[in-house]
Design a protein around this ligand. Structure first.
Ligand code: 5GP
Length: 219
């Protein structure tokens, strides 16, 4: 009897800008055995970001030619820049049975959900909108104008949370890392997720984020 080779699981992690996804991903990779896809982007590198590690930093022309050549599984514009997931890495890793993580925004996540119906979609949020703002400001990497746009975008992204399988509150980093690893392993084992308390939390975050909404920034 031939045993079918295991294909890896694809996990999409989204969340408001400033929710701590980057830190969460780094900590998860340090402790557990996953492959994180490195995206391409046209935004400028932040201090300490390294080309090929956090992102492949591209010009708009280079990015657009990759779009035209079908080299992205998905891509989207986010607050004035392109972001995209290179196709080859994800397809090769999944075929080799590896569990792959994508850290992408909601339009990209919805696109992945269509192409990979078995993908696990996780939405990460800080415990409150105030905390989100505090983290964005303390990060010190964006101007006030960009922070305002990112908070407004967060308000729009909140409308998509129900499309995700799991809402993960990033309060304590270590606990969040352990929970995320458990969620992924449960999904691999076919164990259903507990979503009971999410509705109240989603409603609360949505109403808190409303005050940051700017006009004309629809998804
Ligand atoms: P940042 O500029 O803060 O690194 O990322 C901005 C947003 O773009 C974040 O929500 C991040 O998850 C998202 N992002 C990063 N890479 C990709 C990608 O390849 N595709 C999509 N659709 N979004 C991405």
């Amino acid at each position: 009897m031939t045993e079918e080779k295991k294909k890896g699981i694809l996990t999409v992690v989204s969340g408001f800008s400033g929710a701590g996804k980057g830190t969460l991903m780094k900590a998860l990779l340090a402790d557990y055995d996953y492959d994180l896809s490195v995206s391409a982007t046209t935004r400028a590198p932040r201090a300490r970001e390294v080309d090929g590690r956090e992102y492949f930093f591209l010009t708009r022309d280079a990015f657009e030619s990759m779009i035209n050549n079908g080299e992205f599984i998905e891509w989207a514009e986010f607050v004035g820049n392109y972001y995209g997931t290179p196709r080859a890495y994800v397809e090769e890793k999944l075929a080799a049975g590896r569990d792959v993580l994508l850290e992408i925004e909601v339009q990209g996540a919805m696109n992945i959900k269509k192409q990979f119906p078995d993908a696990l979609l996780v939405f990460v949020t800080p415990p409150s909108a105030e905390e989100l703002k505090r983290r964005l400001v303390n990060r010190g990497t964006e101007t006030e104008e960009v922070i305002a746009k990112r908070l407004s975008r967060a308000c729009e992204e909140a409308a998509w949370i129900e499309q995700y399988d799991i809402l993960l509150v990033n309060d304590d980093l270590e606990e969040c890392v352990r929970t995320l690893d458990t969620i992924i392993h449960d999904a691999i084992a076919g164990i259903p997720y507990e979503v009971s308390e999410n509705q109240a939390m989603i409603a609360e975050i949505r109403s808190q984020l409303e005050k940051y909404r700017l006009g004309g920034n629809e998804l």
